[in-house]
Design a protein around this ligand. Structure first.
Ligand code: SAM
Length: 286
C-alpha cells in the first residue's frame, strides 16, 4: 500500500535543492507563494513541463514523473541521476571563456558520452546569453556567448548530488505533456507550468524547443485539466495573468480556484507596470 505523506513531513530535515539550470519561466522566485497552494497530501507528483524543476526540487516528493519536450534537458536529468560524479568531472573540464564556449557549442552532442552531453548542456546554459535555450532548424543549439561580470558558477557539488538522490525516485519522460499525463491516477498531483499565453496578441510565443506552444495548444491543455479533474487528479496550473486565460478556465464549467501570485515582493501601485509580473495560479482543489 502506498501511504501519502504530507509536505511538512517530507520536507523535515531535507536540504533545499536548487534547479541545476537557469530556465525561462523558472519558478524559484514564486516558491513562497506556490508551496502553500500545493495539496498537503497526494500520491505521485507529475510535472509534464518540468524545465528547471523549481517546484519539484522544493517539494521533494516520494514518487514523481517528470517530463519535458526538450529531450536534451531530460537527457541531462537522466545523466545526473545515473552518474552525477561523471557529470561533475566533465563539468570540471569547462571554463568561462568565449572561444571555449563556441568550440563546445559546435560539438555534436552525439559524439559525446551521456555525462559529457549533460556537462555541455549545463555549461552552455550557465554561460550562454541569458540562459536561453534556442536551436536552429537542424536542431543545433545557437545561443551566443553570454557576457557576465563574474564567471558564472557552473554547479554546486552538494546540490547536484542531492538532485541526483531525489531523481533516483523519479521517472523521466522526453515527450509532449500528454504522454507524461498518461501516468496520472486519482489522488495524484499534477503541476502544469506550460509556455505562457502571450500577454499581447503581437508578442512572440515563448520558445523552448523547435516546436511552439500556440493558442490551440493552450485550448487543448485546458481540456486536459477538465479531464484530469473528472478523474480525481489534483491539478495546479500556472499561466500568465490575462483575460484570455481567465476566460478560458472559467468557461470550462468546472469549479476552479483562480488566484493571482506576484513575482514582485514590493507591490507596484501602478497596475500597468505590474503587467507580466503577476501570474495566475489555477487549482481544482481548495
Ligand atoms: C514555463 S517552462 C517550465 C518552467 C519550470 N516550471 C521551472 O521552474 O523551470 C515550460 C517548459 O515546457 C516545455 N514544453 C514546451 N512545450 C511542451 C509540450 N508540448 N510538452 C511538454 N513540454 C513542453 C519547455 O521545453 C519548457 O521547459
Amino acid at each position: 500500500m502506498v501511504v501519502a505523506t504530507s509536505i511538512a513531513e517530507r520536507q523535515q530535515g531535507r536540504r533545499v535543492v536548487q534547479p541545476f539550470v537557469k530556465w525561462a519561466g523558472g519558478k524559484s522566485q514564486l516558491l513562497g507563494q506556490l508551496l502553500p497552494l500545493c495539496p498537503p497530501r497526494f500520491g505521485c507528483y507529475l510535472e509534464p513541463f518540468v524545465g528547471g524543476g523549481a517546484l519539484y526540487f522544493a517539494l521533494q516528493p516520494e514518487r514523481a514523473v517528470l517530463g519535458d519536450l526538450n529531450a536534451e534537458l531530460i537527457d541531462t536529468y537522466r545523466a545526473i541521476r545515473e552518474d552525477v560524479e561523471a557529470v561533475m568531472a566533465a563539468l570540471e573540464r569547462h571554463r568561462y571563456d568565449r572561444e571555449h564556449y563556441y568550440a563546445v557549442r559546435a560539438l555534436p552532442p552525439a559524439s559525446l558520452s551521456a555525462a559529457e552531453r549533460a556537462a555541455r548542456f549545463i555549461f552552455l546554459n550557465k554561460t550562454g546569453y541569458n540562459g536561453l535555450y534556442r536551436v536552429n532548424r537542424r536542431g543545433a543549439f545557437n545561443v551566443p556567448f553570454g557576457r557576465y561580470r563574474r564567471p558564472p558558477r557552473l554547479y554546486d557539488a552538494e546540490n547536484l548530488r542531492a538532485a541526483a538522490r531525489l531523481l533516483a525516485r523519479a521517472e523521466l519522460v522526453a515527450a509532449p505533456y500528454q504522454q507524461t499525463l498518461q501516468a496520472a491516477r486519482p489522488g495524484d498531483f499534477v503541476y502544469l507550468d506550460p509556455p505562457y499565453q502571450p500577454l499581447t496578441a503581437s508578442a512572440n510565443f515563448t520558445r523552448y524547443t523547435s516546436a511552439g506552444f500556440g493558442p490551440a495548444d493552450q485550448e487543448q491543455l485546458a481540456e486536459e485539466v477538465k479531464r484530469l479533474t473528472q478523474r480525481g487528479v489534483l491539478v495546479l496550473l500556472s499561466n500568465s495573468d490575462t483575460p484570455v486565460v481567465r476566460a478560458r478556465y472559467r468557461e470550462l464549467g468546472i469549479p476552479l480556484d483562480i488566484r493571482v501570485v506576484s513575482a514582485n515582493r514590493r507591490i507596484n501601485s501602478d497596475s500597468a507596470r505590474r503587467t507580466g509580473v503577476t501570474e495566475l495560479v489555477i487549482r481544482n482543489y481548495q
